[in-house]
Design a protein around this ligand. Structure first.
Ligand code: S3P
Length: 449
């Protein structure tokens, strides 16, 4: 739905090949973190390539409401640079109005962590999707650190009011689920605590907060824990210094043109400056196991984040089993993987998807409903999703978005190669993460109308 309350339907029809070179927008996770760390640092942080999607713009507004100076400027070469002048660790000012995070769980939860380390009171709110999502997982550790929940809805949901700790305590916290949002909230609160704050995760989640904290001058150490986990220790009360950040292209957004190219005959596309942090690239590992042609070149490192150019060609895919421990490295990609699985030959079993139930929508149910609308046989068994791939998809259905950008984009990708068109009821939420998605796909050859 748009702000005016209008829904925006769109239909994807079978297209000829997808070809061309694109750079998808900046990574959403890194964009949120650059704004938040910039706001907690002393001096100026200059960010280029920031994702200008609604989710990130809401975080920018929140940083301003908490006392940072945030400006969007055009540099001498006509490029866009976001400048953030921070308040210093623990220095946020009480906002006058509730902070509205719209659709964004990441913005909301990370800022809760940052606020928990400041002696201020702040109210948090969001749209219908965000109001339905669990916040207890964030509030529990923040309360252990000394923050207080003053008001909350329905078992720790938004709208809620948080009072940050005057003297935050450093804690050792084992995250109950693999979640970069929980880890990051604890670390951001830990910035204001004296001594060492430690987060232990049984399965490693994306480490952009750790990499960026180091880039801004914090003393933070991450070591392996068990077979797949990590133990992260942050020394509190560092002076963070404003830094330059170049935001690489978002692999979670790239996932849509990549799968569209794989399933559309004759396609050959190139994606520039893609972030290839191994804690984010589980989808590429999986697609390669399914037989996808995805070539990597021009690899390099920028502010600790690996990047590369990817070339993707249409491929015959086969069904595989995706292990549960891979889920954290591709948690946002299962909807579009389900589309790839529908076009593969054979059964794909995706294991351990419980966390999908608490995303922007219940994505486990949504994935099944989307595929059924396209005429694909699919089953949910406990936390697993099982897709019967037949090499082709009949299409022809209407997919309901449920205020979830990734459902809308996945369904449109399905329509690029299905026999009959696929219609999406409302594409407005695509603007939260990938405002250019429709025109960029059309430039590659997609038939959206
Ligand atoms: C994110 C972490 C993930 C992911 C979200 C972005 C982040 O959520 O789904 O889109 O930037 O930290 P969880 O931490 O809940 O797994």
């Amino acid at each position: 739905m748009t702000l005016s309350g209008q829904t925006m339907p769109l239909e994807a029809r079978k297209c000829q090949s997808l070809t061309g070179r694109v750079r998808v927008p900046g990574d959403k996770s890194i964009s949120h973190r650059a704004l938040i760390l910039g706001a907690l640092a002393v001096g100026e942080t200059r960010i280029s390539g920031l994702l200008e999607g609604e989710d990130v713009l809401n975080t920018a507004k929140a940083m301003q409401a908490l006392g940072a100076k945030v400006e969007r400027r055009t540099d001498d070469n006509g490029g866009i640079v976001w400048s953030v002048r921070g308040v210093g660790t623990g220095g946020f000012a009480a906002p006058e109005a509730p902070l509205d995070f719209g659709n964004s769980g990441t913005g909301c939860r990370l800022v809760m962590g940052a606020v928990a380390g400041c002696p201020i009171r702040a109210a948090f709110d969001g749209d219908g999707s965000l109001r339905s999502r669990p916040m207890r997982r964030i509030l529990d550790p923040l309360e252990l650190m000394g923050a207080r929940v003053i008001a909350q809805s329905d078992g720790g949901r938004l709208p809620l009011t948080l009072e940050g700790a005057r003297d935050p305590l450093p804690i050792v916290y084992r995250t109950p689920v693999a979640s970069a949002q929980i880890k990051s909230a604890v670390l951001l609160a830990g910035l204001s605590a004296p001594g060492v704050t430690t987060v232990i995760e049984r399965e490693a989640s994306r480490d952009h907060t750790e990499l960026m904290l180091k880039h801004f001058g914090a003393d933070i150490v991450s070591v392996a824990e068990g077979a797949h986990g990590r133990k992260i220790s942050l020394t509190g009360q560092p002076e963070l210094h404003g830094a330059g950040v170049t935001v690489p292209a978002d692999p979670s957004s790239a996932a849509f043109p990549i799968v569209a190219a794989l399933i559309t005959e004759g396609s050959d596309i190139v994606l520039n400056e893609m972030m290839t942090n191994p804690l984010r690239t589980g989808l590429f590992v999986t697609l390669r196991e399914m037989g996808a042609s995805i070539e990597e070149s021009e690899t390099r490192l920028d502010a600790g984040e690996p990047m590369a150019q990817l070339r993707v060609k249409a491929s015959r895919l086969r069904g595989i089993e995706v292990p549960a421990e891979r889920a954290p490295s591709m948690i946002d990609e299962y909807l579009v993987l389900a589309v790839a699985a529908a076009f593969a030959e054979g059964t794909t079993v995706m294991r351990g998807l419980r966390e999908l139930r608490v995303k922007e929508s219940d994505r486990l149910e949504a994935a099944a409903a989307m595929l059924r609308a396209g005429g694909v046989a699919v089953e949910i068994a406990g936390d697993d999703l099982i897709v019967e791939g037949r090499g082709r998809v009949p299409g022809g259905g209407l997919v309901t978005t449920h205020m979830d950008h990734r459902i809308a984009m996945s369904a449109l990708v399905m329509g690029c190669a299905s026999d009959a068109p696929v219609k999406v009821d409302d594409i407005a939420f695509i603007a939260t993460s990938f405002p250019d998605f429709v025109p960029m796909m059309q430039r590659l050859g997609a038939n959206f109308a």
